[in-house]
Design a binder for this molecule. Structure first.
Ligand SMILES: Cc1cc2nc3c(=O)[nH]c(=O)nc-3n(C[C@H](O)[C@H](O)[C@H](O)COP(=O)(O)O)c2cc1C
Length: 358
């Protein structure tokens, strides 16, 4: 039976599943919706260290951590230890609870600039970055690392993986997340779960999170059971499905799966996400960004095909409004399921938008 708690440095969580970093998705709206559905710890999208240190509007946005957005991790991408360290210090000063070092991004342009997954091919630079980041945050917050299982499937890549893993822990890293794909693999083929088992076997005393192909709560339970890792880094499985966090808790605590999200829960998630997006980005951009996740939310909708079609057709903000009022309105629910029953109690959102403050 996997442990039901997770510790990352001084942070303790009563369920071993987190919202992992997702570029283009794990922004404030997604994190708020995830938290409203029981997520205990959420990560921001990766940010370039150079942008964090560059004074300007973007820097201000990155360094503006909202009071209700905790605990939150800031994840850095870069190639030079000095810039990484300066950016890490700024993140801590701004209120991020954890600084995470990205050593996994497989995007060609990122690799070409010696960032992300490229660091897995340069253990000395990778370890210098971690050492400098640790110095810069002066033990004020935990430092964590995100890795893939190597740059490729070759023996040298694996050797470098173990060297880096051992080295980052020796330099005081609180936890490491391992994604069971190689950098060369990108997203082709499955994540290798047996590799995560091997990681935990070699580092039984260290905090290891596992990532890869965690799409539903049962995947999380299987990962924890099969590999022995300490926690699950949920990524694509949370896009348009924030209930995965409460489902994981339910599954680990009771051994059984809860019923699928009710239509009322879907409505609350969708409207909250929409309001958060438009409040943060404005109606034009907010609607456009929301449409991207609406497509994922549609999958759980009782009229999924129709909603998907309407989402793909939606071009303007008012088209998105029409999708929402047509498919996520109480009248739709009442027409199809009878009167909407609101659950009121701890952990439940009483009304969509309840977390939209601050
Ligand atoms: C669109 C997208 C954006 C991602 N952005 C990040 C990121 O910013 N930082 C990071 O460490 N990993 C990022 N990842 C990797 C995921 O966090 C995760 O490790 C990977 O998708 C494997 O998990 P999954 O198969 O359960 O999605 C991203 C993945 C996707 C698909």
């Amino acid at each position: 039976m996997p442990s039901r708690s997770l510790h990352i440095g001084s942070l303790a969580f009563d369920v071993p599943a987190i919202q992992g970093a997702l570029s283009g998705f794990s922004d404030l709206p997604m994190r708020r919706v995830a938290r409203a559905f029981g997520c205990v710890y959420a990560m921001n999208e990766v940010v370039l260290d150079e942008l964090v240190v560059l004074p300007g509007k973007l820097q201000q946005e990155i360094l503006h951590v909202k009071d209700d957005d905790h605990p939150v991790a800031g994840q850095l991408l870069g190639s030079t230890p000095e810039t990484f360290a300066a950016a890490a210090a700024l993140l801590v000063g701004a209120g991020y609870d954890v600084v995470d070092v990205n050593m996994g991004c497989p995007v060609k342009k990122v690799l070409g600039r010696s960032r992300g997954g490229f660091l897995l091919s340069e253990p000395s630079t990778a370890l210098e970055i971690v050492a400098r980041v640790r110095d810069a945050v002066r033990a004020e917050v935990p430092v964590t690392v995100k890795m893939r299982r190597g740059v490729d499937d070759g023996p040298l890549a694996e050797e470098m993986f173990w060297e880096i893993l051992e080295g980052v822990f020796a330099r005081g890293v609180a936890a490491v997340c391992v994604h069971g794909r190689t950098v060369a693999q990108r997203y082709i083929g499955p994540s290798k779960r047996s590799f995560l088992t091997e990681v935990k076997k070699r580092f039984p005393e260290r905090v290891i999170l596992g990532s890869g192909d965690l799409f539903v709560a049962a995947d999380v339970k299987a990962l924890l059971h099969e590999t022995g890792v300490d926690g699950a880094w949920i990524a694509r499985g949370a896009i348009g499905a924030p209930w995965i966090f409460s489902e994981v808790r339910h599954l680990l605590e009771t051994g059984s799966l809860p019923p699928p999200p009710s239509f009322d829960e879907q409505r609350r998630a969708v409207w909250l996400h929409y309001r958060e997006c438009t409040a943060l980005y404005g109606r034009e951009l907010g609607s456009r960004l929301f449409r991207k996740v609406a497509i994922k939310y549609a999958e759980a909708h009782p009229a999924a095909d129709d909603v998907l079609h309407a989402c793909y057709e939606a071009r303007l903000p008012r088209d998105v409004d029409v999708v929402l009022s047509r498919f996520y309105d109480e009248s739709f629910a009442e027409e199809h399921f009878g009167p909407v029953v609101r659950k009121i109690g701890p952990g439940n959102l009483v009304a969509a938008g309840a977390c939209a403050s601050g």
